[in-house]
Design a protein around this ligand. Structure first.
Ligand code: ATP
Ligand code: FE
Length: 324
């Protein structure tokens, strides 16, 4: 829950993490997630308002994530937002979660179009081309697993609890790329991704060694995995920049916190004759948060995007405004 001024100034940004209860199950359990949302939403709202030092009369609008995601969790947010909007006569603005991740980068610098966004998170791996504000064209997508999901699954094999991305990233800075895992679809003439083959190759390598009672170097495994991931993400992004020249390149979503990805993209862009400006949100705005929804909502408000009290959560909400 966040209070944001003009889409630029974050007055408060309260994040209630449920990671500890999900760690026990190795991932997000939908029922547990919904229950946490119910328990936390009032406290988070009060805290966000108090920290921002504002009253409901000071607000211009209330925005809420309507999808995609887990329907139970989304419904709690949508219901809370409707209540606030109804009680305080405020416009209601439905926001796509991935639009939020994208606009997290607008806190770094105002967007200039055309813009390319590499969205990398627990459920998405997408290349999105934007010719203007709030105009999203998905030009590349994963055919199977999302990259964050791959991090979490291989992390589990390394004995790292969910979410594993941050720890795998740290471990990857300590080893060598000795395993040479596959880089699926990298040479193919398209902008799509695939991570399930890489994930399987990793898991098979570790299981095979287990059967032989061999112990593999965890840092080398993490380094080799991350090297493959970065080759794929950076390779496809550079390919997209050739067909879609842009002013700015955004990297956003939970995996945008990856230090290896940040470093590698900087290095590769510096080699281009006319590189786009690279916008990556600060770490606390990479993972899920409400300030990013506020930034997107500021633009959506100006575009006239509104919900009414019939607004419903949409767990499979499409992001592409060209096909929606
Ligand atoms: P989506 O946004 O696609 O709906 P989500 O909201 O569950 O999915 P986010 O919260 O945006 O996902 O991102 C969480 C993901 O980011 C997890 O898979 C986590 O492992 C990954 N992640 C976080 N930090 C890092 C890092 N440093 N390196 C790699 N992955 C990371
Ligand atoms: Fe997310």
């Amino acid at each position: 829950m966040a209070v944001v001024e003009n889409g630029h100034t974050i007055l408060s940004n309260i994040i209630a993490t449920q990671i500890n209860s999900h760690k026990r199950f190795g991932g997000v359990v939908p029922e547990v997630a919904s229950r946490h949302h119910v328990q936390q939403i009032t406290r988070c709202t009060e805290e966000a308002m108090a920290q921002a030092g504002v009253d409901y009369d000071d607000l211009t609008a209330v925005a809420v994530t309507m999808g995609p995601g887990l329907v139970g969790a989304l419904l709690i947010g949508v219901t809370a937002a409707k209540v606030i909007a109804f009680a305080h006569h405020l416009p209601l603005i439905p926001i796509n979660h991935m639009a939020g991740h994208t606009y997290a980068a607008s806190y770094v610098a105002p967007f200039e179009f055309p813009l390319l966004a590499l969205l990398v998170s627990g459920g998405h791996t997408e290349l999105v081309y934007m010719q203007s504000d709030y105009d999203f064209e998905i030009i590349g997508d994963t055919r199977d697993d999302a990259v964050g999901e791959a991090y979490d699954k291989i992390g589990r094999v390394l004995g790292i609890t969910y979410p594993a991305g941050k720890e795998v990233d740290a471990l990857a800075h300590e080893g060598q790329d000795t395993f040479h895992f596959p880089r699926a679809m990298l040479e193919e003439d398209n902008l799509d991704f695939s991570f399930s083959g890489l994930k399987s190759a990793f898991i098979n390598t570790v299981h095979h060694a287990d059967q032989l009672n061999e112990t593999l170097d965890r840092a080398d495994l993490a380094t080799s995995f991350q090297a493959a991931v970065l080759d794929i993400l950076v390779g496809k992004t550079l390919r997209a920049l050739q067909t879609h020249p842009v002013h700015q390149l955004v990297i956003a979503g939970g995996v945008a916190a990856n230090q290896g990805l940040r470093e590698r993209m900087h290095t590769e862009l510096a080699k281009l004759p006319n590189p786009p400006q690279l916008l990556i949100p600060p770490l606390r705005l990479c993972g899920d948060n409400a300030a990013m929804i506020g930034a997107a909502a500021h633009v959506a408000l100006a575009k006239g995007i509104r919900g009414d009290l019939h607004l419903n959560a949409d767990p499979g909400l499409s992001f592409d405004t060209r096909t929606a």
